[in-house]
Design a protein around this ligand. Structure first.
Ligand SMILES: NC(=O)c1ccc[n+]([C@@H]2O[C@H](COP(=O)([O-])OP(=O)(O)OC[C@H]3O[C@@H](n4cnc5c(N)ncnc54)[C@H](OP(=O)(O)O)[C@@H]3O)[C@@H](O)[C@H]2O)c1
Length: 331
């Protein structure tokens, strides 16, 4: 049976997700919802979807949709994912799951109250190479982890209205790509860090154009991580342990190769994507939903809560809040 996806927000990432779906034999995008009927139709034609909606609420009521993929800018995730969950639809929601911890709590409560599946689309964790890296670490191959080092920076043209730079759209490097380096760290240190130190460059639109974070855990281990949207940084990630190290070939967020090094010995694990890497998160959602699971063990609700707690603290330290959050405080 084909697993039928409904897409909310047919933009840049939805297009890449559709390429992943195309590589899965028993999955298809069957319905598309946009704020504009023309955009929905154009995307549906591109991906072969049979049903289009000119509003998001119509799609969540479609009985022929097995799961909803929320692919809009971050500030809309809470409302749109909640709408789908309240309609009983399993949800794959783009990263970051929400803008702040309060929102993440609300969304997870909504999933639990409706007893419906919810997963943050932290696709990196579903990649075969990242699963192998986790296996190596869990098997103690590199001993005790001492350091995680990762960076995600790309050079975007400054567009004050675009979602990367607009405060109204929760712009900035931390929420857009910093979430990857925080999530990578949290994969290996699931608990709260004992200390977080962050500093950022706030650009002309008032959001962080680059952000550097130093996390320390109870064992003394460190995560040295950063994000940027105005410069390209090195995308290879490293995990250094007491007995060896792992190099995750860049870009680490869609990696196809990792190397385990212990002394002079190296073990390489390499696996090309079937499409572009988005197929693995889609397969994981279908697996969970078919098995009746309400969250994925690869990206649990607790993981999303912890990742957002770190990013909330980082934003506190770099004095970055969004206009809609200030309004919420005033109310
Ligand atoms: N996993 C990844 O690798 C990855 C990569 C890039 C982005 N993302 C995430 O995916 C989400 C969307 O990113 P994107 O780059 O695809 O965004 P985008 O292209 O700017 O927007 C996606 C769609 O959201 C809808 N939308 C609804 N309200 C909007 C508003 N007020 N302003 C702009 N668009 C609005 C639009 O669709 P309609 O108007 O047609 O309904 C738009 O096409 C973000 O949360 C981002 O973090 C993930």
């Amino acid at each position: 049976m084909t697993f039928r996806w409904g897409v909310i927000g047919p933009g840049a990432i939805a297009r890449r997700f559709s390429q992943g779906i195309a590589a899965i034999d028993d999955a298809a995008i069957t319905a598309v919802a946009s704020r504009s009927a023309e955009r929905a139709q154009a995307f549906a034609d591109e991906v072969g979807a049979s049903t289009v909606y000119d509003s998001y609420d119509k799609l969540v009521a479609d009985p022929d949709v097995d799961a909803v993929y929320v692919a809009t800018p971050h500030p809309y995730h809470l409302n749109q994912a909640s709408m789908a969950l309240n309609a009983g639809k399993p949800v794959l929601c783009e990263k970051p799951l929400c803008v702040n911890g309060d929102q993440v709590d609300q969304l997870i409560s909504c999933a639990k109250n409706n007893d419906v599946f919810l997963m943050e689309a932290m696709w990196t964790r579903c990649l075969p190479v990242m699963r192998k890296v986790k296996d190596w670490v869990d098997a103690g191959k590199i001993g005790e982890i001492k350091q995680v080092k990762a960076s995600f920076g790309f050079n975007a043209a400054l567009n004050p209205e675009g979602r990367l730079f607009s405060p109204e759209l929760a712009g900035g490097s931390l929420l857009d790509v910093g979430v990857y380096v925080v999530a990578l760290t949290q994969r290996f240190f699931p608990g709260a860090p004992k200390s977080i130190k962050a500093t950022a460059e706030i650009g002309s639109t008032g959001v962080d154009e680059q952000c550097s974070m130093l996390l320390q855990y109870d064992s003394g281990a460190l995560a040295i991580i950063d994000s940027a949207v105005r410069c390209q940084t090195d995308s290879t990630a490293f995990i250094f342990g007491s007995e060896g190290s792992i190099r995750i070939e860049g870009p680490f967020w869609c990696t196809t190769k990792a190397t385990l090094r212990i002394g002079d010995n190296e073990e390489v694990f390499e696996q090309a994507h079937k499409a572009n890497g988005f197929e693995y998160e889609a397969e994981e959602v279908a697996r969970c939903v078919r098995a009746g699971e309400k969250e994925s063990p690869l990206i649990t609700h607790a993981d999303s809560v912890q990742v957002m707690a770190i990013m909330d603290e980082v934003r506190k330290q770099i004095s970055l809040s969004y206009p809609f959050e200030l309004l919420a405080v005033k109310e």
